[in-house]
Design a protein around this ligand. Structure first.
Ligand SMILES: Nc1ncnc2c1ncn2[C@@H]1O[C@H](COP(=O)(O)OP(=O)(O)O)[C@@H](O)[C@H]1O
Ligand SMILES: O=P(O)(O)OC[C@H]1O[C@](O)(COP(=O)(O)O)[C@@H](O)[C@@H]1O
Ligand SMILES: [Mg+2]
Length: 352
């Protein structure tokens, strides 16, 4: 009997019937499914659109007659066995909600090999043989390590930072960009009224995309990013030039972690003899309803991840390149932040 099941499974795979049809055939014969339970977790900083991915995963799995187990609080929750079944009904109305219904964490315990081995044991005990990890670069590194330990894993980029070179967009980036632009628009109203200059600090960790795309969208005139940092004197000379051209209210967008903001503000005030204010946008940037773009992207990536697992893939990350959904080996994605020279060149033309 066992031999027959194995033969049947091999035939199903060879005929590319893995997935819905394959499971149905096995189901009819009363045989264990090819892939029964998929685990899903969100990890690292939350990002708008993570819920839309969870919905897509559960809905797609249900479409293919598979079960999804939601793992709460990221890798840490996995280590603590916080696992429950996610039904399609539970995820019916979550696509428009910010944050993550599964909650998330940064786990030190999972950084250690011993922690990861414990995680594998817990997954096996729960009968979870496939896992979808939604998170940023660190989370996808963790996913890769689980794959190396024998778990079938697919990663989905979910981070507001957009700091993963293998994909043009990570889920959450578009929503956050829109939030940044909305906030800057409000700051501009008051800056204009007072002929004031404001330094706006945006998130991004070590990636300047939120600052860069904000400026491209008309949100700010001077930007300083980890990829193209400006020293304080260059910021002052750019501001001086703009003021001599008659522009008295100016926005300077900087990526977090680059400056002591109080020092930067004081330096500009003293050097140019103007009044400067600083606004750190902070966690406002991470919350809020996901944009339509993020929701559609999330749906696309969530369904793709389920189908990849059904087709026997593991150790893959789903991404989007030139408007096409792609997948790439997790081991090959962490090459750092994408080169955005073309975008910086575009910006130069918009600011002159
Ligand atoms: N090199 C790594 N090996 C294993 N797990 C990792 C690694 N880097 C990060 N992780 C796990 O992923 C979690 C989230 O990573 P972090 O970098 O904080 O956020 P993000 O994934 O959103 O970029 C970490 O707290 C840790 O549990
Ligand atoms: O939530 P924390 O731990 O304060 O971390 C703040 C960091 O998280 C982010 O908001 C998102 O980063 P990740 O997606 O890599 O977790 C960064 O922009 C920021 O530097
Ligand atoms: Mg990150």
């Amino acid at each position: 009997m066992l031999l027959n099941i194995l033969t049947l499974k091999t035939t199903i795979k060879a005929l590319d019937l893995y997935g819905e049809k394959g499971n149905k055939i096995l189901n009819c014969l009363g045989v264990a499914l090819v892939m029964t339970k998929i685990g899903v977790l969100t990890s690292g900083g939350d990002a708008p659109g993570m819920n839309a991915v969870i919905r897509a995963v559960v809905k797609a799995a249900s479409h293919y007659h598979l079960e999804v187990m939601g793992i709460q609080c990221g890798f840490q929750g996995l280590l603590e066995g916080k696992i429950h079944r996610l039904t399609p009904l539970e995820v019916e109305d979550i696509a428009d909600r910010g944050g993550t219904i599964l909650k998330t964490s940064r786990s030190m315990e999972f950084m250690e090999e011993i922690g990861r081995k414990k995680a594998v044991e817990i997954l096996k005990n729960q009968g979870i043989n496939s896992l979808i990890v939604i998170g940023g670069g660190g989370s996808l590194k963790g996913a890769e390590k689980l794959h190396e330990l024998g778990i079938k894993v697919v990663g989905i980029p979910g981070t507001i930072d957009n700091d993963l070179a293998f994909t043009d967009y990570s889920i959450g980036f578009d929503t956050t960009l829109n939030t940044v632009l909305e906030c800057i628009g409000k700051i501009k109203d008051t800056d204009f009224s007072h002929d004031k200059t404001t330094i706006v600090e945006v998130m991004g960790r070590y990636c300047g995309d939120l600052a860069l795309y904000s400026a491209l969208a008309g949100g700010g005139e001077i930007i300083s990013t980890p990829e193209k940092p400006l020293d304080v004197n260059t910021i002052c000379s750019k501001l001086r030039l703009r003021m001599s051209n008659g522009k008295k209210d100016n926005i300077v967008i900087v990526t977090e972690r680059m400056y002591e903001l109080q020092d930067l503000q004081r330096y500009i005030e003293e050097k140019l003899n103007i009044s400067v204010r600083t606004t750190v946008l902070g966690f406002i940037q991470r919350g809020g309803n996901p944009s339509a773009f993020d929701r559609v992207l999330a749906s696309n990536m969530g369904v793709t991840a389920v189908e990849l697992l059904m087709n026997g893939y593991s150790g893959q990350a789903v991404g989007i390149k030139e408007n096409k959904i792609i997948h790439k080996e997790l081991g090959n994605i962490n090459a750092g932040i994408a080169d955005k020279q073309d975008k910086y060149r575009l910006l130069e033309k918009l600011l002159s």
